[in-house]
Design a protein around this ligand. Structure first.
Ligand SMILES: [Zn+2]
Ligand SMILES: [Zn+2]
Length: 200
């Protein structure tokens, strides 16, 4: 499908990946499966464009499978609220605000297996800064249900999808659909906690 529908150089990359044959594919897929400290991933060897294409091809293939496994796993709610996925250990793709009582509670969605888990409302998921003076929220009318939550301590941001404003929003879709917000945050010098599958 990528070969058929993607823009030129990505389609060309997919063509060469298809031609490399079944013995080469598991090597690529393993490289993008979440690593563990005891078994770190080797660094990517290609050009930045090749690495981005490899990531795109591997993640679009692996992500639904990881989600399938996570959906069927008995994931225990961790005793301490952490900012990494309780199932696969990956970093969050986005935050989610869901209605709770008169307010909202915040959870995080995994960038790999899409597990969602509770997280503290006011804290940076990258460095755990919880001093409100160093945490800022940017919002715009154009994407009323998505906000940029940025940390001035570590200069990282995460986008949070606010389901109290739009109950039909889908975190991973609205995160992707609000790319102008990511470009804006990049221009301000913030780095995204985890790039999405298009690398932004
Ligand atoms: Zn996960
Ligand atoms: Zn931070």
């Amino acid at each position: 499908m990528i070969q058929r529908d993607a823009p030129g150089s990505l389609a060309e990359f997919a063509r060469s990946l298809a031609a490399s044959g079944p013995s080469a594919w598991p090597v690529l897929l393993r490289r993008f499966w979440p690593a563990h400290e005891a078994d770190p991933q080797p660094p990517a060897a290609g050009t930045p464009e090749e690495n981005a294409f490899e990531r795109f091809c591997a993640q679009t293939f692996l992500q639904p499978y990881a989600e399938f496994l996570a959906d069927r796993a008995a994931i225990r709610e961790p005793e301490v609220r952490r900012s990494i996925c309780p199932y696969c250990g990956s970093r969050p793709l986005a935050g989610v605000l869901r209605p709770e009582g008169d307010g909202a509670k915040r959870s995080l969605v995994c960038s790999f297996c899409r597990t969602e888990w509770d997280y503290v409302r006011i804290a940076c998921p990258a460095c755990e800064e919880s001093n409100e003076k160093n945490l800022c929220v940017y919002a715009t009318d154009r994407f009323a249900q998505v906000r940029v939550e940025a940390c001035d301590t570590c200069r990282t941001y995460i986008k949070t999808v606010d389901l109290t404003r739009d109950g039909r929003a889908v975190p991973e879709v609205d995160e992707l659909a609000s790319i102008p917000l990511s470009l804006w945050a990049d221009e301000k010098g913030y780095r995204k906690i985890t790039p999405n599958f298009v690398g932004l």
